[in-house]
Design a protein around this ligand. Structure first.
Ligand SMILES: *Cc1c(COP(=O)(O)O)cnc(C)c1O
Length: 244
């Protein structure tokens, strides 16, 4: 594909996803404008991000700090509306860089990470918006606070970070009907009076919108397939937890 063909492909895919989000929202009487599209650009080059920006997409998701650091700071000066969400498991030794880079960190899931983000925020003099990631299917290999520990952890994070904690994020178990898990996350957010719900990906964002998502994270349906996923690319706990 030529660069232009790739770029128009991205623009067309974004228009299609936006239309499907709007239809799914209207179907349940929600305002389509209440659902943010986060374009997940992980593994795709900065040129793909530029194509999406040219199509009016401002909000992006990356799951590795290093990759985000390589792609995004160079784009910011020309695209002041750009917003970067970090959506991957975050090691404590990357917390400072994450705080410097991101507008939203969606994967706050343990006390040691909260400590590291707190220290980093003091040092950097800025604090991104924070979402608590919940392991909503309680899968052993997946990141996120367990559903049983979620209430206490959310309360602790809110005491500590105040209004910077804006909501919850989850990735439901693969291969099962995601709707009950989306509903459970929505119920948890409502219990805590949290407005933001980041849930839904390429395969299930319409169901997530129906269940109340305020943010959907869509990658392959916009940018095309990625190289085969390693365990760490989809919310799995990093294999070497020694650094966290
Ligand atoms: C990669 C990723 C996505 C996007 O997945 P697609 O199926 O490509 O849309 C969403 N959320 C998280 C946490 C991811 O790591």
């Amino acid at each position: 594909m030529t660069h232009n063909a790739a770029a128009s492909g991205v623009a067309a895919a974004i228009a299609d996803i936006r239309a499907r989000i709007a239809a799914a929202a209207r179907e349940v009487g929600r305002d389509p404008a209440a659902v943010r599209l986060v374009a997940v650009s992980k593994t795709h080059p900065a040129a793909a991000v530029e194509a999406a920006l040219a199509a009016g997409q401002a909000c992006f998701g990356e799951n590795r700090v290093q990759e985000a650091a390589a792609k995004f700071p160079g784009l910011r000066p020309r695209h002041p509306a750009l917003r970067l969400h970090l959506i991957g498991p975050l090691q404590t030794n990357k917390a400072a860089e994450a705080v410097g880079l991101a507008d939203v960190i969606e994967t706050l899931d343990r006390d040691r990470l909260a400590d590291a983000l707190d220290r980093a925020a003091q040092r950097e003099g800025r604090l991104p918006a924070l979402l608590v990631q919940v392991n909503i299917g309680d899968e052993p290999q997946k990141a996120g606070v367990s559903s049983t520990a979620a209430d206490a952890f959310i309360a602790t994070c809110r005491r500590r970070f105040g209004a910077a904690v804006t909501g919850l994020m989850a990735i439901p178990p693969a291969g099962r009907d995601p709707t009950p898990f989306f509903r459970r996350l929505a119920g948890l957010a409502a219990t805590h009076g949290l407005a933001e719900l980041s849930m839904g990906m390429s395969g299930d964002f319409e169901q997530a919108v129906a269940a109340g998502a305020t943010s959907v994270r869509v990658g392959s349906a916009i940018f095309g397939d990625r190289p085969p996923a390693s365990a760490a690319t989809l919310g799995a706990v990093p294999l070497a937890p020694s650094a966290s």
